[in-house]
Design a protein around this ligand. Sequence first.
Ligand code: AMP
Length: 493
Amino acid sequence: MKKIMKKLKKKFKIYDPKLKEECAVFGISNNEDAATLAALGLHALQHRGQEGCGIVSYDGEKYHSEKRFGLVGDNFNDEKVIKKLPGKYAIGHNRYSTTGGTALRNVQPFFADTNSGGIGVAHNGNLTNAITLRNKMVQEGSIFYTTSDTETIVKLIAKSKRAKTIDKVIDAMFQIQGGYALVMMTQNTLIGVRDPFGIRPLVIGKLKNSYVLASETCAFDIIGAKFVREVENGEIIHIENDEIKSIKPFPPKKVRPCVFEYIYFSRPDSILNGKTAYEYRKNFGEQLAKEDKIEADLVVPVPDSGNAAALGYAEKKGLKFDLGLIRNHYVGRTFIEPSQQIRSLGVKLKLNPNISVIKNKKIILVDDSLVRGTTSSKIVKMLYDSGAKEVHVRIASPEIKFPDFYGVDTPTKKELLAANKSTAEICEFIKAKSIKFLSLNGLYLGMGFEQRNENYPQLTDHHFTGEYPVKIIDELGEDKVTQLSLLSTASNN
Ligand code: AMP
């Protein structure tokens, strides 16, 4: 890896490829309480990123920006800070922590003055050609202040020769590739953009005379907004006062949302394609139970990520469901911790065995996914140490064998357990009595499809299949394809 990094840095001089982000975006138009509502919306979306948060507002004359490290509730919790964000328009962002790149200047929304006025940008996702674009701009004399690919988007918009801001945005959209959802604000206009495949989510809500844009519908519930619809793949939404316009500049494609939003990322109560994430996850558990012959004393979820799948599994099998692990809710997701050492510790900080439930029991332990295997191995040990008779691990998604380049923080191929070990070896590694993953077909059945469309999968499922909708052309080194540049997506219609 060190060799590859060296090679990358040499080739791309200034570039530090620590850009991956899985974040939350929010925007609201035409509302006296714009900043307060943005803070509440971001609070509901906290699960998508806990490293930093920010809000940019516009008061009819000036833009205002407040960006902080840490949680929304700890930072946007009093009148003092909200008063610094006057105006009827606001956008906001929660940033997800990844290794490196931890600096306040990387916290969004970003803001820039362009020749057609100011623009604030909040971005969830990952550009797969950011390095190429950034390098080109640097060679042309641009200066970058952050390591975030969002700055690339802002610069592309600012550099566009088109007169109107919305045309500048369209110009930029034609240059960027990857999985992204953007919420932008230019004076009294709110703009939302979803990538051509709709890999990252973005939804539209309505609150009296205001429109709201957010990563997930749970942000509408907290402020009493009504869910209107999803922003379509490749669609640009343009909101001025209470008027909403749709622009579709790209050639039409079928939507291919990221399967990980359904499996893990979205909050269980958020609605994705007509159903809550909870319902899909329960279905995945049911499918897993259908594919599984094992009997046991009880089904135990890994809280909270495995709760819905474990319930679905237990219901289908008619087995007892019980809480064998108790979660401390005052620690973030294990992944949030940047280093492997802290991540390992993180599992112990978060979960503790409930001895009364697990002693002398044959347990089926259900989680939504297995990435590095850190969580499962710690928990299996915890359960055995607490007197469990047998621990059988069941994972409500298939084996993750390929890294993600569209904004989900999955590690390199080298770190992905299922990319390097057979199922039997994984079982040995996590020291479980047995392990079983949901089949790819079972995943599609759980999603409500009859089967996976092999010619044009209904989801972006590269994590399991290695089929990347936005193709990667650079392959550097033995363990990881990099995000240097991609083929045109035109052939994927
Ligand atoms: P690991 O411990 O590395 O095997 O990771 C699996 C655990 O991390 C599971 O409990 C998942 O719920 C959770 N997880 C899966 N994908 C992600 C992700 N992209 N970000 C944060 N956590 C994740």
